[in-house]
Design a protein around this ligand. Sequence first.
Ligand SMILES: [Zn+2]
Length: 187
Amino acid sequence: MFVGHFALGVATKKLAPTMPIWILFLAPQFMDLLFAPLVAIGLESFEPGPYGHLTLNILYTHSLVGALAIAAVAYWIGNSFWKSSRGGIILASLSFSHWILDVMVHRPDMPILPGNLGNFPLLGFGLWDFEYGVFATEVVMAIIAVILYFRWAQKEKQGARWFVGPAIITLFFAVLIISDIRNMPAL
Ligand SMILES: [Zn+2]
């Protein structure tokens, strides 16, 4: 799931008018951004597969405690760079929203403690078994996010080029959605 995470970030633009769109866009993906270097050093891994059928070893970045720690860093970033605890709260919420969305769609592969210390049961409600339903939900989320962002920009941005930012974001969603469609398992 990429589209849904990015969509949540874009949809919050109105709540955080002074924060640049790129940070709102990235904040819901901090956990996956950290996943990449951990894969590089071999702590986490994945086996590619069709949409909704990845095999993931994400015992650190996607552990509940890991997600909370990453959200704490997100809070710090928002607080220090945008000089408001509101900015911190928004980035932390977006960052942690990743864990909530993932726990709904993943099959059980998300631990409570990093490295699955204590061997507690892994979490994940497995909605990815209904991959077409999840995908449709992601597309709807992206459409709503883009509409909200266009409306915000039209109202708040001065000048004739108000639509450039939202148009770029729309294009990005379109590319992601098309690549997901190409990667859908056969019906
Ligand atoms: Zn994730």
